[in-house]
Design a protein around this ligand. Sequence first.
Ligand SMILES: [Fe+2]
Length: 259
Amino acid sequence: MVPSTGPFEWASTPFTMIATPKHVQNLSDTKTDEYVEAASSMAVFHNLLLRSLNTIYLQAPHVKDGDKKAFVGYAYCWYDAIDAHHTGEEQEFFPWIEEAAGEKGIMDANVEQHKIFEKGIKEYGSYLRSLKGKEKTFSGDHMRSIINSFGPPLHQHLSDEIPSLLALRKYGDKIHLNELWDKQSIGKFTLHSAATRIPFYLCNLDRTFEDGLWKDFPEVPKLAKDFMGNWVARLNGGYWKFGACTMTGVPKELYAKGK
Ligand SMILES: [Fe+2]
């Protein structure tokens, strides 16, 4: 594990970041292969999920009444992101991998792990939905207790999935892992994702992680990134101050914190 570091108390705990294979193996762009690339992309995305979960865990007890509605909306973006990620894996990415490998069940261990924390994540989503219209009753302690119920097995799963992707190398040219990663519909632009998922991702992607190795992740033209960060993020604009980073991926101090 390589914890992200910041110059201040930051979103690097309680769930620590996962080192990417590309960084661990110290590979340049010319030496890497698509298994390392895809497993590393997955690790960067998993870190986004862990880092943003940390922002929710750390800030939940300190949110002032006037900010609770925005915080509940922000925290729900995490539910939306993890739900879309795991649904995408189960319905698209993993079946495509098995089809390409010509072997059924090789991704079953990952799907089985999803079941371990599914109940806790569902409870997280339904608690936030139950607050609609009465967001001021949001309890940071209750939010933390729900996260405590699924956080450790979720962290384990997000870590374990990386070597499981690297292990697919034994199938050689049969699987084009990077192409399958790019093909997932989760990455496609929709109105819903523009107003919630994309700004949520942008303000939780640490572009300084692993000495800036991922500063251009994902590969989207700079103009499009700027448009997202500057304009699209104005939708639900009250949410993103709770993010771990600025819209350009620079770590920032948490907005809601204790004394
Ligand atoms: Fe994953």
